[in-house]
Design a binder for this molecule. Sequence first.
Ligand SMILES: [Fe+2]
Length: 182
Amino acid sequence: MEIHHDRHHKAYVDNLNKAIAGTPLESLELPALLADLHAVPEAIRGPVRNNGGGHWNHSFFWNVIAPGKGGAPTGPLADAIVAAFGDFESFKAKFEAAGLGRFGSGWVWLLVSDGKLHIGSTANQDNPLMGKDVSGVTGHPILAVDVWEHAYYLKYQNKRADYLKAWWNVVDWDAASARFKA
Ligand SMILES: [Fe+2]
């Protein structure tokens, strides 16, 4: 996780700053930049999408995991998970399946739209802020897992399934619940 944060995540930050240096985009907040990629000049749209998405996604990721967490959600989020997926175990199975089903690199999201939860998956560093036409998903993110190989190769080699199962041990359900409430 240290290497993931200090090298991989850092590279997205550095490369985003490099891409927008000296342009009016420097004054935008990151969500506003990602929400209107069509307004980004074509010459730097790719780097902004990839590195801006990379920075936002990783910032989100670090804020929904923590050492010693895990367990199961309680309260309104737990109820919403049961309503959408039947029970907590079925939700976890569907979430893991989405992670295994993402070909190559990407992310799996637990999203809320109109009070209802659903699971979505994006390629590369795309995210729900970019809109459905760009990322393929909509909704407000509650939880996300990074399924890039760089997230797990040091400890799990090629075994994405093992990483996804272990990831539940660090999920911060209090953070996810706060996002669901918001
Ligand atoms: Fe990552």
